[in-house]
Design a protein around this ligand. Structure first.
Ligand code: GAP
Length: 465
């Protein structure tokens, strides 16, 4: 089962402490969200899964953590200063502001049954380009618009990788093909953010730039498309809710040869099946655009350097062929927040108990579950039971994230753990004091098994694997 819509997840996320509206006590800040105790654990587990899969399990990818604020020239030569913009239109009638290419996705604030521009009262201006980069100033400045101090919050993590290409290559002594992976925040002053954590102005990306010979790029791109479908499967995203989308020549970024997006069914409630899907990630062949753009060497037809400011040439020397060239780049770029939303939607399920009450179960993969085991005392006023439960928590904790919880009756505690996706509850009861055994309850089946305390750690470890 999948959540029927994003709203169901918004309400669960707030009720159980995954995600809260940001700045809520001051009226919020349009489409900004804070991650609560469970949300931050879930996001960390997603990032860890991605990092382990790409950086640790493979032998050809290095990690990196570059600065959010870089020299402004990075964004000049990457092309972001001139091209990273959306076409913006204003409506003189309702004072609304919209993205020209997304008019069909939003409703007119005055007449919500129609899209902006579809009503005769709408009075849209000509489109103008709006740059999405957040501006800031670095250091003590005399005025806020001091051009010499201008800097940007990075709109993607990718450029931090390209400008460190030579550093990583030289220190890791890599040969092609190899990749550099990075996870971190990115910022875009989106014209129309929305749909919960789907499109926000501050978000997190997991990006990997894989450097290769031009002739290998098409095969490697396909391998990453297939690889990411498998990784999404491993974190519990259903294949039936994913779709591949080949960008058309008109949609391709100016630097890309081929880009395939993996779409997820974020909007299952929409009648038109096409409109149910939106982008979860993109896998682009960026050719040699970026390394060339940040290099001091390339020249135009008149022999003038294309990059006047770089101090480095980011080309690669192939020892075997004795040739120097700019590697091609395959870039799988995925959002942490969109992955988290898709994971929550596909983990969502409902089950009816013997009293006919509907219960929510979050069937998260154990690897992603914020809490793996909850130890619950059946009687919290019995010190021996409480002591045994707390002791069990201590024993399990080094191996799996375990919590102790005595904040309600056992039925309530089970329901809470089901709803936050905890795979196992361990209950300590009166008999446990006699037989040194506990009851282990499975989140998905609600089946209970009696397990000896001496075997508990191993039993849970096997089940969680
Ligand atoms: N370096 C390539 C790049 O940044 P992108 O398609 O613009 O490509 C990659 O971004 C991924 O980052 C998207 O597929 C999406 O998952 C996530 N993303 C982009 N903009 C976002 C936003 N405003 N809010 C949340 N996630 C976003």
């Amino acid at each position: 089962m999948t959540a029927p819509n994003i709203e169901t997840i918004v309400s669960l996320a707030k009720r159980r402490g995954f995600v809260f509206p940001a700045s809520e006590i001051y009226g919020g800040l349009g489409s900004s969200w804070d991650y609560g105790s469970l949300g931050v654990e879930l996001a960390n587990n997603i990032k860890q899964s991605w990092w382990r899969w790409l950086v640790h399990e493979r032998d050809d990818i290095e990690g990196l953590d570059s600065s959010i604020i870089q020299n402004r020239l990075v964004w000049k030569y990457s092309g972001h200063e001139t091209t990273f913009s959306d076409p913006l239109v204003d409506c003189r009638a309702c004072k609304g502001r919209f993205r020209l290419d997304k008019l069909q996705d939003v409703n007119c604030p005055k007449h919500p049954s129609v899209h902006p521009g579809d009503d005769k009262e709408c009075d849209l201006t000509e489109a103008r380009e709006f740059n999405l980069m957040f501006r800031t100033t670095v250091g003590a400045v005399s005025s806020e618009d001091d051009e010499s101090a201008l800097a940007y919050l990075r709109p993607e993590t990718a450029q931090g990788i390209f400008i460190n290409f030579a550093n990583v290559l030289n220190t890791s002594r890599r040969k092609l093909p190899f990749g550099i992976a990075q996870i971190g925040k990115a910022f875009r002053n989106e014209v129309t953010p929305g749909n919960f954590i789907f499109r926000t102005r501050e978000f997190e990306q997991m990006e990997m730039e894989y450097f290769c010979r031009p002739e290998d790029a098409p095969r490697i791109q396909q391998e990453f498309i297939d690889g990411f479908l498998d990784w999404f499967d491993s974190v519990g995203i259903l294949r039936e809710n994913l779709k591949l989308y080949e960008q058309t020549p008109e949609e391709l970024a100016h630097y890309a040869e081929r880009t395939v997006d993996i779409l997820y069914r974020f909007f299952p409630e929409r009648e038109d099946e096409e409109k149910q899907f939106d982008e979860l990630m993109g896998i682009a062949n960026r050719k040699d655009f970026d390394l060339k753009a940040h290099s001091k060497k390339p020249e135009d037809a008149e022999g003038k350097r294309l990059n006047q400011d770089s101090t480095e040439d980011l080309s690669y020397f192939d020892e075997q062929t004795k040739q120097r060239f700019y590697p091609y780049v395959i870039e799988p770029a995925v959002g942490v927040n969109r992955t988290l939303l898709a994971v929550l939607m596909d983990a969502y399920s409902e089950k009816t108990n013997e009293k006919g009450e509907t219960r929510v179960i979050l069937k998260l993969k154990p690897e992603l579950a914020p809490i793996k085991v909850a130890v619950l005392p059946l009687a919290k006023n019995k010190p021996e039971i409480v002591a045994m439960a707390k002791n069990l928590k201590k024993q399990l904790l080094p191996v799996m994230r375990t919590v102790y919880d005595d904040t309600g009756g056992i039925g309530k505690l089970y329901a809470r753990q089901d709803e936050i996706g905890t795979p196992f509850c361990v209950t300590v009861d009166h008999e446990s004091l006699e037989d040194n055994a506990v009851t282990v309850r499975d989140r998905d089946t609600w089946e209970q098994e009696r397990i000896k305390v001496s075997e508990l750690k191993e039993y849970l470890r096997k089940r969680l694997d």
